[in-house]
Design a protein around this ligand. Structure first.
Ligand SMILES: NC(=O)c1ccc[n+]([C@@H]2O[C@H](COP(=O)([O-])OP(=O)(O)OC[C@H]3O[C@@H](n4cnc5c(N)ncnc54)[C@H](OP(=O)(O)O)[C@@H]3O)[C@@H](O)[C@H]2O)c1
Length: 247
């Protein structure tokens, strides 16, 4: 049976665990061959690759620190070279550095901007050199860009808000090439960086309309739709997958 993403090649940054792993697996289920980057956890990334291969798709994992532009560009070129093309880029890897304004360091500022803002820019720049008509860029932002409910999120919220502008501007710029660019803003999602049984989970659940955390697969479903041919007329948009956190 034909699948929506048959013949496509996707790259997911930070695809070894959490939301990125769920996205990688879902895109493969939809028929894509999938590459993923990781920073430290090679074993986790290899496990995702094995699952994708077991499902009959090609897959590869590349170590690439998103804060290093040269590593990111090398990873994109390697993926396009080894898998033969690049159709879908998911900018998922994120830095989550929190703290009171007066205690945050310039190093933390630079790291946050490097991973959450510069990397999506540089990775998109490298990826579009390989993309043709029908290409997809999907950025992973955050509900915190729209509603800052807790203190300590200045760097994170600032960086994720930048993705709204990047998404709109690239959507405008790449529209003539039939490449779409969209932003998925997850709400609280059960991963190692924000476990659904963490100390603030009850408070966080109360901020949502649905009263619960998302699973990573909830976010992956939205990404898969935006990557599909059916989403070809959606660009520059923000899709909130936040259980009503921002309403
Ligand atoms: N979980 C939530 O509640 C939530 C809510 C809103 C938005 N988000 C966003 O969703 C995205 C994924 O979050 P998550 O919760 O799934 O995170 P996670 O479980 O902590 O996983 C992070 C993934 O990103 C990779 N990564 C981190 N820093 C990297 C770097 N500098 N270079 C390359 N890869 C890097 C990690 O690789 P290693 O395994 O090698 O360390 C890992 O695969 C992030 O952009 C985050 O801001 C999450």
């Amino acid at each position: 049976m034909n699948k929506a993403l048959d013949g496509k090649v996707a790259l997911v940054t930070g695809g070894g665990r959490g939301i990125g792993a769920a996205v990688a697996l879902r895109l493969a289920e939809e028929g894509a061959d999938v590459a993923l980057t990781f920073q430290q956890n090679q074993q986790r990334a290899d496990d995702v690759v094995e699952q994708i291969k077991a499902a009959g798709r090609r897959a590869m994992a590349v170590r690439a620190d998103s804060s290093d532009p040269a590593e990111v560009v090398d990873a994109v070129d390697r993926v396009a070279g080894e898998l033969g093309r690049l159709d879908i880029l998911v900018n998922n890897a994120g830095a989550f550095l929190l703290g009171p304004l007066e205690q945050l360091s310039l190093e933390e500022f630079d790291q946050t901007v490097a991973v959450n803002v510069r990397a999506p820019f540089v990775t998109s720049q490298a990826a579009v050199r390989h993309m043709s008509s029908g290409g997809r860029i999907i950025n992973i932002g955050s509900n915190m860009a729209e509603r800052a409910v807790f203190p300590g999120f200045s760097l994170y919220a600032m960086s994720k808000t930048a993705l709204i502008g990047l998404t709109k501007a690239l959507g405008r710029e790449l529209g003539g090439r039939a490449i779409t660019v969209n932003l998925v803003n997850p709400g609280p999602t059960d991963t190692e960086s924000n476990p659904a049984d963490g100390p603030n989970a009850d408070t966080i659940n109360g901020f949502t309309a649905l009263g619960r955390y998302a699973t990573p697969t909830d976010v992956a479903a939205a990404v898969a739709f935006l990557a599909s041919p059916g989403a070809r007329y959606i660009t520059g948009s923000t899709v909130n997958v936040d259980g009503g956190f921002t309403i």
